[in-house]
Design a protein around this ligand. Structure first.
Ligand code: MAV
Length: 326
């Protein structure tokens, strides 16, 4: 018995002193959220699948909770090929490099989840993917998303009269401000990481976001009213740095593309399914009050001409028509 114990102890110490097998390569990713958010789960799935499909042992060093900043920072890193190799970026955060990209997450672009699904499982966005590779050296490897974006405010908003002049934060793409301006709100572009403070200090009275992110960043502490405008369904491109991508072997590039597609599909199912639950949880916990919006059709009426003008300006009317026709 004694010798067996000694052997066991030795075995333990031998394993403990052996260096861990070196990974074939390290790829670093970044997420705004914790490990329970669909956004992070999608990126984790992506890493697992790349290893599965390539048969390699790549270390996916995924930094969570905005440790590496927010999406506009990730875009800078990815285009330069420094600090990170992959991330999720809202299309509106890509506007600075490729101005047509926010067509993907333009508010009121999708009628419902079925429409959104039909668009994302088609190749309608292929010209935008090409533009992004050309102008920003970024490769879209898949699409996740599926959370519905609503207004989140420090006062009740349930009709056009209450919406008028409402000071709200929007993402940095010009089309975001144009759309909310068209529906008579008073939008301003503020960095995501500054929004909580901006509401607390009265710079704005709210934002628009999806449930899971509202829950994680506790925006309800300063803005407990949710208005079901359902103006967007999140589109989350999984983006790889072109500089990093070009360094991979053709086999690995193939595995990355395949894994991106599948991780996207996984993320879409997960986020879409979780969205209503998250809203219900916050409501039950007394964190939020949920309001319907009277006359949502009126919003659409106001927005369509703005969408048309934006697409025309970009020479992308065919693309917008193709999205609407899905
Ligand atoms: C959400 O939390 C996410 O969809 C993220 O991709 C966006 O950057 C963020 O909103 C935002 O509104 O900036």
């Amino acid at each position: 018995i004694k010798s067996r114990a000694v052997v066991a102890a030795l075995a333990v110490s031998v394993t403990a002193t052996l260096p861990a097998a070196a990974a074939d390569m390290t790829l670093r990713g970044a997420s705004l959220f914790d490990e329970n958010h669909a956004y992070t789960k999608t990126l984790m799935k992506f890493g697992e699948l790349v290893n599965e499909y390539s048969g390699q042992d790549i270390e996916f060093d995924l930094r969570l909770n905005s440790e590496l900043g927010i999406e506009p920072d990730y875009v800078n890193f990815l285009t330069q090929g420094v600090a990170i190799d992959y991330a999720i970026i809202a299309p509106s955060n890509l506007a600075r490099f490729a101005d047509a990209l926010p067509l993907m997450d333009m508010p009121f672009a999708f009628r419902d989840l079925d429409h959104w699904n039909a668009v994302l499982s088609s190749d309608v966005f292929a010209p935008l993917e090409e533009e992004l590779r050309e102008k920003a050296d970024l490769v879209i490897v898949g699409y996740a998303g599926g959370g519905t974006r609503n207004l989140i405010s420090n006062k009740k908003i349930s009709n056009m009269a209450e919406l008028e002049g409402h000071k709200m934060r929007v993402m940095g793409a010009p089309i975001q401000a144009k759309v909310f301006d068209a529906i008579s709100a008073a939008p301003s572009a503020i960095a995501y990481s500054e929004v909580y403070n901006a509401i607390q200090t009265g710079v704005v009275d709210g934002l628009e976001n999806e449930s899971a992110s509202l829950a994680q960043y506790k925006f309800y502490e300063v803005a407990p009213h949710v208005t079901l405008t359902k103006h967007s369904i999140t589109v989350r491109p999984i983006v790889f740095s072109g500089k990093s991508f070009d360094k991979l072997s053709p086999e690995l590039q193939e595995a990355v593309m395949k894994a991106g597609k599948e991780a996207g599909a996984f993320g879409r199912e997960f986020e879409a399914a979780q969205d209503a639950e998250k809203l219900a949880e916050m409501k039950e916990a007394g964190n939020i009050e949920v309001h319907e919006f009277e006359g949502r059709e009126k919003l659409l009426e106001l927005v369509v001409p703005v969408q048309d003008a934006y697409a025309a300006e970009l020479g992308a009317q065919d693309l917008l028509d193709a999205v609407r026709a899905k």
